[in-house]
Design a protein around this ligand. Structure first.
Ligand SMILES: Cc1cc2nc3c(=O)[nH]c(=O)nc-3n(C[C@H](O)[C@H](O)[C@H](O)COP(=O)(O)O)c2cc1C
Length: 310
């Protein structure tokens, strides 16, 4: 029997399949279905900084705390509460209230669009680090930070996020991209479900960051994961867990059963007894061609699209 157990943020999980933040995990009924289908941990949808504000009483926030309490009381897997932050602020105290409501860990989702030309990358990163440190100082719980891929020096920022108090990094959040209605000129908000190829971006960065961060940080892969093979890839580049949302919204929570079955079969067929034997086997420190995660092969790939001469 293959041992699927894994450690994430200091928590022991029965398997590496985590249901990432989405409305599925925000209501007690669907959260239970996700757990029953095999998720080893659930991340609640984010409580947005804008919903909390600076007040000491926020109706929306309290509603979130109530749902967290209910979901936690019925769950036997760890429940991770999520806060979506765009700036440092007094809202960070909410992280403590999430602890009191029973969260097993906090995921801090750093989500911003760096559109202010007067603010440099260094200014923005300093704000983000201040936010991480503020939440860290509010809670003793494990703290993960969900990053976007849009930092200009991601490896440097990732290391500083860990220094500021993150126990783990979640790579990557997917910004919603607005569309335009050509008839009305209106900006149309669209949240599209992911496609499988979107896993490539976190794969690259997990492979690079795993050896750099070593045992100092847990790593979670999120974007484009929908099969056992995708989970294997995430493990190979060094992820501790593989998170899923789009696949569960598309196929329903029971899809987790299929993914777990595929993962078990792959491990069995390749004679692995545990995830530790696979983890990191294709990171930048161990891959046959470590440069493949950076610029290598790029030119060859581009040239392969040249039109063929007749
Ligand atoms: C409908 C929907 C709602 C989401 N809500 C949140 C959220 O509240 N907080 C968050 O950090 N991520 C949120 N996400 C992002 C997912 O947690 C996940 O990181 C992303 O969709 C990539 O994973 P996937 O390819 O498995 O969907 C949401 C995604 C979708 C599709």
């Amino acid at each position: 029997m293959v041992d699927l157990s894994t450690r994430y943020l200091g928590l022991t999980l029965a398997n590496p399949l985590v249901a990432s933040a989405s409305p599925l995990n925000g209501s007690p009924n669907t959260a239970r279905a996700v757990e029953d289908a095999g998720a080893a941990a659930l991340v609640l949808p984010s409580l947005f900084e804008e919903e909390i504000g600076d007040s000491t009483y926020a109706g929306v926030g309290n509603n979130y705390l109530d749902r967290l309490e209910t979901i936690k009381s019925q769950a036997s897997v760890p429940i991770i509460a999520s806060v979506n932050a765009g700036s440092p602020g007094t809202w960070a105290r909410y992280a403590r209230w999430l602890t009191d409501a029973g969260a097993d860990a906090i995921e801090l989702n750093l989500y911003r669009v760096a559109a202010d030309p007067s603010r440099s990358a260094a200014d923005i990163e300093a704000d983000d680090l201040e936010t991480i440190a503020a939440v860290r100082s509010e809670v003793d719980l494990p703290l993960s930070v969900k990053l976007s891929p849009y930092y200009s020096a991601l490896a440097n920022f990732a290391a500083r996020a860990v220094e500021a108090g993150a126990d783990g990094l979640v790579l990557f959040n997917r910004f919603y991209q607005p569309d335009i209605d050509v008839e009305t000129g209106a900006v149309v908000p669209r949240v599209e479900l992911s496609q499988n190829w979107e896993l490539r971006l976190p794969l690259r960065w997990l492979a690079i960051l795993r050896p750099q961060l070593g045992a100092n940080a847990s790593l979670a892969a999120t974007s484009g994961i929908s099969s056992g093979a995708d989970v294997v890839k995430a493990l190979m580049v060094g992820a501790d867990v593989a998170m899923m949302t789009s696949a569960l919204l598309r196929h329903g929570p029971t899809h987790l059963h299929n993914v777990e079955g595929e993962l078990r079969r792959w491990l069995h067929q390749h004679n692995y007894a545990s995830l530790d034997e696979v983890r990191g086997s294709a990171s930048q420190a161990t891959a046959q061609d470590p440069t493949a995660f950076e610029r290598a092969n790029y030119l060859v790939e581009l040239q392969s699209w040249a039109p063929h001469r007749r």
